[in-house]
Design a protein around this ligand. Structure first.
Ligand code: HEC
Length: 126
């Protein structure tokens, strides 16, 4: 055995040792921790129930806008101007294929702008 192959061999042994040590550490931190999780303070988070503010047009929005997603994106995007709400509805139609009757658009824009418009604050309408 020459000095070169010994050096390579030693390095290989060192790599193996480090690798094994790593495996043991990973095993201890993941496997070990999973068994000691304490569920006494486990909290079940209730599903949020989104509800539209009552008002004229609420039902039309509910009917037209909850086929693909919940009310969440609507309530989370409060603060749009009238034009932005109109554009949003247009986007739902054009981009996502929402089947919305033309006659429903006016009342929905009115309702959304009045209840979730730019001037309405989070506190006022929650
Ligand atoms: C045909 C399915 C469909 C219908 C019906 C629908 N949406 Fe959406 N909506 C989507 C999709 C898809 C997204 C994008 C979700 C995402 O990006 O994760 C979205 C996202 C949104 C968002 C978040 C902002 C954005 O532009 O991504 C708002 C606000 C929204 N919709 C409002 C409405 C309103 C108001 C109506 C009723 C007029 C409606 N949606 C009806 C499919 C629909």
């Amino acid at each position: 055995m020459t000095w070169i192959s010994t050096a390579v061999g030693l390095r290989f042994v060192k790599m193996l040792a480090v690798g094994m040590l790593g495996a043991v550490l990973v095993d201890a931190s993941f496997g070990g921790a999973a068994e000691t999780v304490d569920y006494t303070n486990y909290v079940e988070i209730p599903e949020l129930e989104w509800e539209l503010a009552p008002g004229q047009g609420a039902e039309i929005v509910e009917t037209n806008c909850t086929a693909c997603h919940s009310l969440a994106p609507i309530l989370q995007h409060r603060g749009f101007t009238r034009e932005q709400w109109a554009a949003e509805i247009h986007k739902m139609q054009k981009r996502y294929g929402a089947p919305i009757d033309e006659q429903d658009i006016g009342p929905m824009v009115d309702y959304l702008a009045a209840n979730y418009g730019k001037e309405i604050t989070w506190d006022a309408k929650n």
